[in-house]
Design a protein around this ligand. Structure first.
Ligand code: FAD
Length: 457
C-alpha cells in the first residue's frame, strides 16, 4: 500500500491511549513515521501519575510502552504542550494524521455550596499529589483531622481510602512521592467514609480493590446495607462480576475492632446519600461536615434505578472531603469540536467530527471510564481506522508534509526544550538510584526544571 509510505503521524499524549495507538500503527503501517508529543518531560500519563503506588504490577505496562518507544519507529518528544507551545493547526499542517490522546486531566464539580472550602479536594489533585505530579506536588492538606469523607464509589475512591489508611511502613516501600509519605506519616485520619448516591448493586469499584480494602491491616470496616432482601432478590439477574462483588459486600458487612489485633482505623461504605452542602466551621474557612440527602432507589432496572430524594437530611461530621466524581477533558484548541457537558471530543469511531485527518483515542474520546485494558482496545481500534483511511485515500492525500522538522524548528524558536526518550531514560535511572537510598522502587522528581536538567545532563 503505497498510500502508507512516508506518511507522517503525530500522537498527542503518551499515556496508554497514545502508546497503544502507536503500537497498532507500527505493526500495521511499516512505512509510517510516528511522533509522540507529551506535555511533561516524562512519558506514561496516568500509569505514572494515576495508578496507585501500591499497585506496582499494574505499572508493568510501562515495559511494553518502553519497547514501543525504543522500536526505532516512534519519536518521543516530551516537554511540549500542544495548545500552548504548538497549536493543533501547526500539527495539522506538519502531519498527515494527528491523533489526540491527551486524556482527561480536569475536575468535575459537584455544584454544591461549600466546595471551595479548605480541605475540600478533588480526587484528581490528591492522587496527583501522592503520585508526585509536578503541578500538584506543592499542595498542602490538613491531615490533622480524624474523619475524611470520600464522595464517589469507584476504584479511584478506594485507591484514596487505601492510601489514607495503609500503615506507613507498607507505603514506604512503594514509589509514593516523598512529600506525601512524610505528610501521611503525621496524618491523624482514622475514619474514612466512602459515600455514594446509589446502592451496593451500583458501585463502580471492582472486586480486587474491595478485597484490598477488606484485607487492610489494622483496619476495621462497616458496609452499611439496609435493604439486604431486595439486593439478594436482584442477584440472580446480575452479571457474574456484579454478583461476586455484591456477595462479597453482603458477607463482609462489618469487621469489629475486637476481631483485629490493635485496631486503630476504620473505613465505611455508605450508600444512598446525595451530597447537598459542605458545612463550614462557623469560625474558620474549614469543613465541619457533609450534609447529605437520603435517597431511595426505585424502578425495576436495578442497573439504572431512579434516584428519589426522600427529603430526609443528615450531616456526616468530617474534617476533610475528597471528591471522587470523575475526571473530564478540555478542548486544546477553540476549533476542536467538543462536548462540554461530557468533557470529551466530538467524534465517531475515533474520527474527530469535521476535522479530516484528526483522530482521538482513550479518555479524551470516551470520558474517564475503563481501565488500561479498555484504553488499549480504544487505541488499537483507532489505529486500525487510521490505517484504513490512509489505505483508502480518505486522509493523507494532500501535498507532502514536513513532519517533525517543521515543529522542532518552531519549538527552538520559542525556547522550548524538547525531551527525547533517551533523555527520559537518564531521568528514569536517576529516580531509581535515588529510590535505592530509601529502599523504594524510585524516588520521583517533582520539579519540572530539575527533571529537564537531569534528563539533559
Ligand atoms: P492519560 O493516561 O491521562 O494520558 C494522557 C497523556 O496526555 C498524559 O501523559 C498527559 O500529560 C498528556 N497531555 C495532556 N495534555 C496534553 C497536551 N496539551 N499536550 C501534550 N500532552 C498532553 N487502570 C488500570 O487498569 N488499573 C489501575 O490500577 C488504574 N488506576 C487508576 C487510578 C487513577 C487515579 C486513575 C485516574 C485511573 C486509573 N486507571 C487504572 C485507568 C487508566 O489510568 C486509564 O484507563 C488510562 O490512563 C487512560 O489513558 P489515556 O492515554 O487516555 O490518558
Amino acid at each position: 500500500f503505497s498510500n502508507l509510505a512516508n506518511k507522517k503521524v503525530c500522537i498527542v499524549g503518551s499515556g496508554p491511549a497514545g502508546f497503544y495507538t502507536a503500537q497498532h500503527l507500527i505493526k500495521n503501517g511499516p512505512a509510517l513515521e510516528i511522533d509522540m508529543f507529551e506535555k511533561l518531560p516524562v512519558p506514561f500519563g496516568l500509569v505514572r501519575y494515576g495508578v496507585a503506588p501500591d499497585h506496582p504490577d499494574v505499572k508493568n505496562v510501562i515495559n511494553t510502552f518502553t519497547s514501543i518507544a525504543k522500536s526505532g519507529r516512534l519519536q518521543f518528544i516530551g516537554n511540549v504542550t500542544i495548545g500552548k507551545d504548538v497549536t493543533l493547526n501547526d500539527l495539522r499542517s506538519a502531519y498527515d494524521v494527528v491523533v489526540l490522546a491527551y486524556g482527561a486531566a480536569q475536575d468535575r464539580w459537584l455544584g454544591i455550596p461549600g466546595e471551595n472550602l479548605d480541605n475540600v479536594v478533588s480526587a484528581r489533585k490528591f492522587v496527583g499529589w501522592y503520585n508526585g505530579l509536578p503541578e500538584e506536588s506543592n499542595l498542602k492538606f490538613n491531615l490533622d483531622v480524624e474523619t475524611a469523607v470520600i464522595i464517589g464509589q469507584g476504584n479511584v475512591a478506594l485507591d484514596i481510602a487505601r492510601i489514607l489508611l495503609t500503615p506507613i511502613d507498607l507505603l514506604k516501600k512503594t514509589d509514593i512521592a516523598q512529600h506525601a509519605l512524610e505528610a501521611l506519616s503525621r496524618s491523624k485520619i482514622k475514619n474514612v467514609k466512602i459515600v455514594g448516591r446509589r446502592g451496593p448493586l451500583q458501585v463502580a469499584f471492582t472486586i480486587k480493590e474491595l478485597r484490598e480494602m477488606i484485607k487492610l491491616p489494622e483496619n476495621c470496616y462497616r458496609i452499611h446495607i439496609d435493604n439486604r432482601e431486595y439486593i439478594e432478590a436482584c442477584l440472580p439477574k446480575t452479571s457474574r462480576p456484579r454478583k461476586r462483588i455484591t456477595e462479597l459486600m453482603l458477607q463482609s458487612v462489618n469487621l469489629k475492632q475486637s476481631e483485629k489485633k490493635d485496631p486503630s482505623k476504620e473505613w465505611e461504605l455508605i450508600f444512598n446519600r446525595n451530597p447537598i452542602e459542605i458545612i463550614k466551621n462557623p469560625n474558620e474557612n474549614k469543613v465541619e461536615g457533609l450534609m447529605v440527602g437520603i435517597n431511595r432507589l426505585t424502578g425495576n432496572d436495578w442497573e439504572n434505578p431512579k434516584i428519589e430524594d426522600t427529603g430526609l437530611r443528615e450531616t456526616i461530621p468530617c474534617g476533610m472531603i475528597l471528591k471522587s466524581i470523575g475526571y473530564k477533558s478540555l478542548p486544546l484548541s477553540d476549533e476542536l469540536p467538543f462536548d462540554h457537558a461530557k468533557g470529551i471530543i466530538r467524534q465517531t469511531e475515533g474520527r474527530v467530527e469535521g476535522m479530516q485527518g484528526v483522530f482521538c483515542s482513550g479518555w479524551v474520546a470516551s470520558g474517564p471510564v475503563g481501565v488500561i485494558a479498555s484504553t488499549m482496545q480504544s487505541g488499537h481500534d483507532v489505529g486500525k481506522r487510521i490505517i484504513d483511511d490512509l489505505k483508502n485515500g480518505i486522509v493523507g492525500t494532500g501535498t507532502k508534509k514536513p513532519g517533525r522538522d517543521a515543529i522542532l524548528s518552531q519549538l527552538t524558536a520559542r525556547g522550548v526544550e524538547p525531551v527525547t526518550f533517551v533523555e527520559w531514560e537518564a531521568l528514569d535511572n536517576e529516580e531509581r538510584e535515588r529510590g535505592k537510598f530509601q529502599k523504594k522502587p524510585r524516588e520521583k522528581i517533582v520539579d519540572v526544571r530539575e527533571m529537564i536538567d537531569i534528563a539533559k545532563k
